[in-house]
Every structure is written in C-alpha cells, then in structure tokens.
Design a protein around this ligand. Structure first.
Ligand code: NDP
Length: 233
C-alpha cells in the first residue's frame, strides 16, 4: 500500500546537503517537514528559507541530553510523525585507516551515524505509531556494503555497515506495527561531505529517500535502496 496525504516528516541534519534536498523535495510534494541541526540558529535559518511548512529543531543525535530536549519540544508541537529520515552523518576518516583509527574516532562515527539513528527511532516511535502509514529512512552509503568496505575509510564504513544492520533489525521489530524501515545509498553527492567533484546533485541523492518516505509501497521494508532499486549489501 502507498497512500497520498500531507505527511509530517522529521529529517535529521536537514539544514544542508542531502537532508536539505530531501526537505525541499518533500515540501514540493505538499508535505510538512521538521529540519534539525546541532545549532538552532542554523536549523531556523534553513526552515525560514524553506517556507511556512518547515519548522526547525535543535538536535545532536550523538548527545542524549540534546535528544531528550528535542523530544520534549517535538511532543509539545507535533501530534504525529509520518516519517523519520535519519540523514545526519559525519565522515571523520580523512588521513587515517583501519590500522591507525583511534577508539574515540570509531566511537564518534558510531554515535553519530549508527546509534543516533537507532535512538531516534526509539524516541520517535510513539509519534510514528500515531500515523496510518509511517516510514523510517536511514541514509546509509555504498561504503556500508560488504563490497564497498575500504581500509582507508574505517570508522565511516563500520558505522554505515552497522546502520544497514540496524535497518534490518528495526524493520523486523516494527513490521507488526506496519512501520517500514529502509536504508538508502545516495551515491556520491556534491555536498560539504561529498565535495565539489562528486557526480550527483543533492536532488539526485535525495530522490530515493523522498520516494521511500512517501510513494513506495510500505510493504517494502528492511532493505537498502539505490536509485529506487533494492540493492545487495
Ligand atoms: P553534509 O556534511 O553536507 O551534512 C551533514 C548533515 O548532518 C548536516 O546537516 C549536519 O548538521 C548533520 N549532522 C552531523 N552530525 C550530526 C549530529 N551529531 N547530530 C545531528 N546532526 C548532525 O553531508 P551530506 O548531506 O553529504 O550527508 C548526508 C547523509 O548522506 C550522511 O548520513 C552521509 O553519510 C550520507 N552520504 C553522503 C554521501 C555524499 O557523497 N555526500 C554519500 C553517501 C552517503 P549540522 O552540522 O548543522 O549539525
């Protein structure tokens, strides 16, 4: 089943890059978005540019106190969520490899890219359960597939591999509630993270996430997608 109504979708890291393009795409289709940044000022600036159907929320997915405060605000301002896009992510591996990566750096990547997404699903669940068609989309990476693992990108690869695993487990846990959970590989995208040489625009990187959050069959769950096709990982 896919259904067509004005959705309320929260996008972590929705202030720039792929997250901002996801927000724009959802707004263009008539949905409402909540965009987050670690800075309220930055999130507010993004929401003001996006228009009146966008609202801002301060959120650091690596920080439990920040999640608690964001959830308090969210529960006061929002009756339900129809979508959660776990887009926030960091790529902290420049100049290091699997033989030199430190435990604190591994921890930073896992906290932001993996555990943050799991915690957001846990915390948003009461709001997602109030939707008739809730979807979770985790923004993963080709680096998170077994064939994409690279010794030169250690913490990022491990964190996205684990995010794909978390996607499968969350999908299992939420299937009986009718909540679809999928991950996407957006490809190499021109953003602050991807750099100017990347071949894909933010809009191209955002397309599959927007589709999964809205039009795709909600019976599709627990998969990784690229360009609207389920891919092996
Ligand atoms: P950007 O660096 O442009 O944006 C990253 C976003 O994540 C920002 O909005 C940032 O917000 C937010 N963010 C970072 N850390 C945290 C945190 N701890 N808590 C909350 N928000 C956080 O990256 P992209 O747009 O390129 O990346 C978006 C997603 O796409 C990421 O998950 C990334 O791994 C994935 N991806 C990107 C690819 C690419 O080529 N660009 C390729 C494959 C996957 P702020 O700093 O304002 O807090």
């Amino acid at each position: 089943m896919s259904s067509n109504f004005a959705r309320q979708v929260l996008i972590t890291g929705g202030n720039r890059g792929i997250g901002l393009a996801i927000a724009r795409g959802l707004l263009a289709r008539g949905h409402d978005v909540i965009v987050t940044s670690r800075s309220l000022e930055t999130a507010t600036q993004a929401a003001e540019k996006l228009g009146e159907r966008a609202t801002a929320l301060e959120l650091d997915v690596s920080n439990e106190e920040s999640i608690r405060q964001a959830m308090t605000t969210l529960h006061q301002t929002t009756e339900r969520l129809d979508g959660l896009v776990n887009n926030a992510g960091i790529y902290p591996d420049d100049g290091i490899d699997i033989l030199t990566v430190s435990r604190p750096l591994l921890d930073r990547a896992m906290q932001a890219n993996t555990f943050g997404a799991v915690r957001m699903v846990q915390e948003c669940l009461p709001l997602l359960e109030r939707s008739t068609d809730a979807r979770v989309v985790n923004v993963s990476s080709g680096y998170g597939s077994l064939k994409g693992l690279s010794a030169g990108v250690p913490s990022y690869c491990l964190s996205k591999l684990a995010l794909n695993g978390a996607t499968i487990m969350l999908a299992q846990a939420l299937e009986s509630k009718g909540i679809a959970v999928n991950a996407i590989d957006p490809g190499w995208v021109r953003t602050d993270m991807g750099g100017v040489s990347a071949p894909r625009s933010p809009e191209q990187g955002a397309d599959t996430a927007i589709w999964l959050a809205t039009e795709a069959s909600n019976r599709q769950t627990g998969k990784v997608w690229r360009d609207r096709q389920a891919v092996a990982f």
